[in-house]
Design a protein around this ligand. Sequence first.
Ligand code: AMP
Length: 285
Amino acid sequence: MPIIYHDILALQAALRPYRSEQQIALVPTMGNLHEGHLELVKIAKQHADIVVVSIFVNPTQFGAGEDFDSYPRTLDADVAKLASVDTDYVFAPSVAEMYELLPPPTIISAGAITTELCGKSRPTHFDGVGIVVSKLFNIVQPDAAIFGQKDYQQLAIIKQLVRDLSYPIDIIAAPIVRAPDGLALSSRNQYLSPSEREIAPILHQELQSLAQQIIAESYSEKGLSVLVAQSRERLSKAGFIIDYLEVKTTQLDKVSANNKQDLIILAAAWLGRARLLDNQLVVAG
Ligand code: AMP
């Protein structure tokens, strides 16, 4: 069983003896763990001797009216799942242990990248991610940290944070883990009603077919906007309320005549109470 710490100083004391000879990896999560999270832990194990999983529903990344209060908190079940993948330590702090003041007066903002895609409808979200990830990096001081590609924009922001603040941490990206019908696993999928759950995989199917169409149209810029509009239309008809559906370069730059390959389709769409997030690389073959 992993050892659970709720206090920063106690966790740091436990990790100190390993620092000189062993590699430590951190997997930050908000808990309510599923196979996607466990995959991150398995990848962490391949890169380090000691794996720390943090479980913290971080209030600063939720906006007013979002699901901070109702977000599922299932620590006992999470710890049992983490035991099955050989996790060494769980760090599950209280809000008071992490933040003396809310909102914290210090701001870690990654700038322009935080205002697009998810940032348009969640304008404070990535500043909240910035501060909690910085704190977790400083508390755990890991050699590596693992993040899922499902949250593609978050991953890009964290890579930028590590570059800009010179954190000596390898950021490792983990592929998206999906249900057998293609729906990207997410703690928020449980907000779906049974009938919404049946519709939900259409999002992934649509992104896959859009990727194929972009390739078939030879990445033509004009074609791109028409194809995206048609995809939006089909998703709306299926019952999704689209937050965004955009095609970007894999660096999250605007697509132009000079960089029209290495593309990624990114989407967020509401289905009932659940905001589903997904993305799809556009790769030929
Ligand atoms: P969360 O608990 O939702 O904040 O996610 C914690 C970490 O798990 C983040 O790095 C996510 O990108 C990652 N993650 C969540 N769902 C998946 C998934 N289906 N596949 C891969 N990684 C995931």
